[in-house]
Structures are given as C-alpha cells and as structure tokens.
Design a binder for this molecule. Structure first.
Ligand code: ZN
Length: 277
C-alpha cells in the first residue's frame, strides 16, 4: 500500500548537514524562500554563534526547529570517557534549550573494546542520567538506531526493536525513537516495530534519504529519495499509520551532492520529496 503523494511542503524539514556547504544563515534563507517549513540543526552549524539569537533568526524566517543533532556516544570502557560524554550531552541539552529545539537526536555510540551488550547497558545508563536534565529543560531525546555497519564505533543500537526496548525500559515521556530509513530499511521486522513504536508513543522523528547501489562510501554517499532501493513511500505509509504527523526530515551526507550548486540541490530535494517520498 502506498502513502498519499506529498503535494505541499508543510511537513518538509531539511537537516543543516544536508546542505553542508551553506552556513546556517544561508540555509535558513534559502529553505524559507523555497517553502520548506522545518529545519534540524546540527551542532557544528552553531559553531561561533549566539545560539539563542540563531534560534530567533530561524523562527523569524518562519521555519520550525525540529531537532538538534546530535547527542549520544555514551559507551566507553573507560569511566572518565563515559563521564565526559554525560557532560557533553548536558551541554547539548543547554544548546537545544537556547536554540528552542524541542528534541535532541541521540547517536548512541559503541566502544569496540567491549561487547555490544555492555555498550547497550551503558547507553541505557547514560540516557537515564540525562533524562532529568532534559525534562527540566523541556527537551525530548530520540534514540536513533544505526545500520549495523556502524556497530563498531557509532552505535550499539542497530534495530528498531533494540531502540524500542531501551525506550520501554527507560519509560519516560521524554525518551523516544528516531526512525531513519537509511538505517532500518533492510529489517524484516521494521513494519511491526514501527507499529509498536507508535503504540508506545515513542515515534519522535522520521528521517528520509535513499541507499545508493553501489554505495561508494559508507558514510558520505547517501542518496536522494528515488536514487536507490529504499521503499521510502511504503515506510512513510507505516509511519503515518501510527498517527505520526510530524516532519519528514531529509538527512543526506553526500560528497556528490555537497559538490554541486546547493540551490540546484535544494530544487532536487523538493522534487524528490514530492515525487519519490
Ligand atoms: Zn538520521
């Protein structure tokens, strides 16, 4: 069953990293002029800026700030490193509050010096430690499962079932899940796990792009919707069936697209959003 075509841009959000060559001020101006309604801000885009004023600038241009990317990287065999990660996540929460971002996406981390089980335990402990700070700041946290090819260093959470399990164990209205089609499209349990995520009110964010064949770089060769083999429209249908009515966030790291004119790329994003998502 296919989801209805996206005839307007009301739910289109673009990540600052997607148009990385643009400074955030330029991205905001061009997104707003093109009718894009949402922006997810990567922390590096805020470097050397007054975060509060940047948030005001974004809202003044008529864009919704959907989330701040990213917190996480909790596990480490070394206790001092785990403590440093907690401090950095608290800093991310302060930044989100200053910016006016209601959500932080967590790339949870992994340490190849220990088992994935140990890393997952430390992820849960790390999130539990920052939940009170997040909740006091009015900021939610979304656990983003990453494709298993990143299980060595980027995340020990590799399936939506694992993310749903951890969100369930933490059991806080401030902790949920981000579903990214790039990381999860291959999973035979994706549909029932999206349904479960929705039933538990844990579906906080939905990220879209595509999987190129062949993929020439495991990090920096994401495709635009329609370029590859991910059934984005079908997965969007499962997400919508849960009652999700948030933003569809275009998150693409791509040397190919970063090297082209970003105005042309933005036009491509909008047509792929309407025709291939
Ligand atoms: Zn993502």
């Amino acid at each position: 069953m296919s989801a209805k075509p996206l005839t307007n841009l009301e739910q289109l959000c673009i990540h600052t990293i997607t148009t990385k060559p643009w400074a955030i001020e330029d991205a905001v101006k061009h997104f707003a002029a093109s009718g894009v309604k949402g922006i997810t801000v990567w922390r590096d885009a805020l470097h050397n800026r007054d975060i509060k004023k940047t948030g005001e600038m974004i809202r003044n241009e008529g864009l919704n700030i959907v989330s701040l990317c990213r917190g996480g990287f909790f596990p480490a065999a070394d206790k001092q490193k785990r403590n440093a990660a907690i401090d950095d996540n608290k800093k991310a929460i302060e930044e989100a509050e200053a910016l006016g971002a209601p959500l932080i996406v967590l790339v949870c981390g992994a340490d190849p010096a220990q088992s994935l089980e140990d890393s997952r335990t430390q992820i849960q402990e790390g999130i539990e430690e920052i939940v009170p700070v997040a909740s006091a700041a009015g900021v939610k946290l979304a656990i983003e499962p990453l494709h298993p090819m990143y299980a060595d260093t980027r995340s020990a959470i590799n399936t939506l079932a694992q993310a749903n399990d951890i969100a369930g164990k933490i059991d806080s209205p401030h902790v949920g899940v981000a579903v990214d089609v790039y990381h999860l499209w291959w999973d035979p349990h994706l549909k029932p796990e999206i349904e479960r995520c929705g039933r538990n009110n844990h579906l906080f964010a939905f990220h879209i792009c595509d999987w190129n064949t062949p993929t020439t770089d495991l990090l920096l060769d994401r495709g635009l919707m329609g370029d590859g083999c991910i059934p984005v429209n079908e997965i969007r249908g499962w997400v919508e069936a849960t009652g999700f009515n948030g933003f569809y966030e275009v998150e693409i790291f791509s040397n190919k697209y970063w090297s082209m004119d970003q105005q042309d790329f933005l036009k491509k994003i909008i047509s792929a959003y309407k025709e291939k998502s």
